[in-house]
Design a protein around this ligand. Sequence first.
Ligand SMILES: [Zn+2]
Length: 464
Amino acid sequence: MTPSDTTDPAVLAQLRRRSGRPDRRILFTGATVVTMDPGLGVLDRADLLVEGDTIAAVGACPDRHGAVVVDATGTVLAPGFVDTHRHAWETQLRRIMPDVHDLGAYVRATLAGHATVYRPHDMYVGTRLAALTAIDSGITCMLDFSHNSRTPAHSDAAVQALADTGIRGVHASMGPHFGDWAGQWPGDLARLREEYFATDDQLLTLRLAALATDETAGPALAYGPELARVARDLGIGVSIDAVLGDSSSRAVLGWERQGLLGADVTLVHATGLTREAWRAIGGSGTTVALAPTSDAQIGLDSAVPAIDEALSVGVRPGLSIDVEVALASDMFTQMRALHTIQRMRAVNAVHGTDRRPVRITTHDVLDFATLQGARTNGLGAVTGSLTPGKKADLLVIRADDLNTMPLNDPIGTVVLGSDARNISAVLVNGEPRKWNGQVLDIDLPALRDEVHASRDHILAASAA
Ligand SMILES: [Zn+2]
């Protein structure tokens, strides 16, 4: 009998019969395992054992007792990607402005326009579509920077959408920039914490989301002592968006003086910051979420993703998708954009001299997209690498497809050669969410109808 692989529906049926059982064992055999664990590296022709929701062993796994064996020959096993910031509610507005002129044009159309007519149902539709697409392209952990929380019901819908997809979701809650809203934020975070995030060991976690300054939406959404106290009282982390340029640099130095930086705080973008601001970030253990395509493509502040600046103060950043209204939705694009932009800058800076460029590698960007992303999201001990004891968030990537064969360099193949079509299977928390190339549990025609109806409502209502 030939061993079954991830194309076999019988294996999936077997796995699903024992879904959620802590004693369910899945043994992947014969794979090239890109662990992204600094101590384990890349393992050839290796096995990986999942027990319940956890990675039990990597390497040789002689104890196959009771395991569903999945032949993973010809594949790369890799940790799922971690997205450190995206605004998932906007997803039914995908690519409505692919050539957006600048941040102001985006803010006016989306945050001051479409956002104001969103119903809770639209929050649900956009957030669910984002999470399902993320899973399809190998993102197993997604921080949803949910900044259209107009009522408690809007927040409930966004959280429910994450829960319904089975993704490892981080709900980062913020009030809306513009328009009428219930004024429930940030007070409502205490209710959300109690209703949806009561235990620490669960698939969904909560963060407070804020802006760096009061320039766009006034003081209520700007990070400072008041919001820091809310987060600390709840024991949750903070993600701060629109960290851009001189005004944000001054804000960072203010937070340093007030003791508001630290490992539980993430600065998103961090584009165009001063040297002094970077010193404060590096010295405080604050994490950074780069958004290479929004920085470069939309043109945020200097438009240069701040990778060299981050590395120069010892910060290894996470990567993020940001907004699908103008940008691609997958992590391959972010990794390739950052890899290309940084190496272009490095060579360009020494061109015509005899100095050697200092360039990042494919290993660096895969580290940012996995382990560093997990750390940035406050989940470094939980996910981001194929390390025994961590949760089983992993990808089976076919390395013998038309566009991935032959397998010469596994990390190069993942970063530069692969895309969503090569991801045969995705496990989140030990549960198959994609199998044989298909995201599970989707009624695509129904989903399509729902997305179109929501999109049509938003465009009609915001044009009225
Ligand atoms: Zn953002």
